[in-house]
Design a binder for this molecule. Structure first.
Ligand code: ATP
Length: 245
């Protein structure tokens, strides 16, 4: 891998017990980039992100190579991957419903706190600047937030860890079109803060608009890839994923 690769994945297989869901994925994310993986329901997008995070049950029978910031992650546990700067925002958001917005954010910096970082909460003002709505609602219980606000909180909590790589699993899922627009706008602003982003989406149109590079995943295999702006004009992508607008 070259020095600019944040994530370099080669021939990654993973699955559930004896059932393989990912059949040899090869991809990379360079520093400062948004890279998207688009594809239909059940293609293996979540499996890919969970494999990279080290979060598949029983390790997910993984083989292949995953290099993060130049280091092989083979055998590295989920906690240690987080400590190295990898952060997954799962599809289900996984917030603590009865805790306040602020306390949910603080949990995002818990590992830094445990590591003895005195300024473990230093990203709180940054998060509140990105999401003024969270600042207004800092004392509100997370369980009472709207869907869009919950996604903002999930993103904000991830940022509290000061990650090098953010992995976003379908951030637009279940959100109204206007909120989806807002979330993607924020994703671009996140990129401007310098964090590399691996974005998994079924909303191909929005994902291709914000991404630098894109991969198409179908039934566990990467079938197409290229600069996002080029893939957005690829006839197969247009027909299958963008509809005939
Ligand atoms: P979606 O957008 O619907 O989440 P996806 O592209 O993220 O789709 P995955 O969730 O990664 O797809 O699923 C890939 C394959 O793995 C599917 O065939 C799915 O049924 C299977 N799978 C996912 N989770 C499990 C699990 N916990 N146990 C067994 N099989 C699973």
């Amino acid at each position: 891998p070259t020095s600019t690769a944040v994530l370099d994945v080669a021939g990654l297989h993973a699955g559930y017990g004896k059932v393989e869901a990912l059949h040899g994925a090869t991809l990379r994310v360079d520093a400062g980039q948004i890279v998207t993986v688009i594809g239909p329901n059940g293609a293996g997008k979540s499996t890919l992100l969970n494999a990279l995070a080290g979060a598949l049950p029983g390790g997910g029978n993984q083989h292949g190579q995953v290099c993060f910031l130049g280091e092989d992650l083979h055998g590295v546990a989920i906690e240690a991957r987080v400590a190295r700067g990898m952060c997954l925002v799962p599809e289900k958001r996984e917030l603590f419903a009865t805790m306040s917005v602020e306390d949910n954010l603080l949990l995002g910096s818990y590992r830094r706190y445990r590591a003895g970082e005195k300024n473990h909460a230093d990203q709180m003002p940054v998060v509140f600047d990105l999401f003024p709505r969270l600042r207004e609602r800092r004392r509100q219980e997370a369980g009472t937030l709207s869907g869009g606000e919950r996604q903002m909180l999930a993103l904000g909590r991830a940022l509290m860890a000061k990650p090098q790589l953010l992995m976003l699993d379908e951030p637009s899922l279940g959100l109204a079109p206007l909120i989806v627009k807002e979330i993607f706008h924020i994703i671009v602003r996140l990129k401007q803060t310098g964090v590399a982003i691996l974005l998994v989406e079924q909303n191909a149109r929005a994902a291709l608009q914000v991404a630098d590079h894109a991969y198409v995943l179908e039934t566990g295999e990467i079938v197409l890839q290229g600069p996002a702006a080029e893939l957005a004009h690829d006839p197969k992508v247009v027909e299958t994923y963008l509809g005939l607008a």
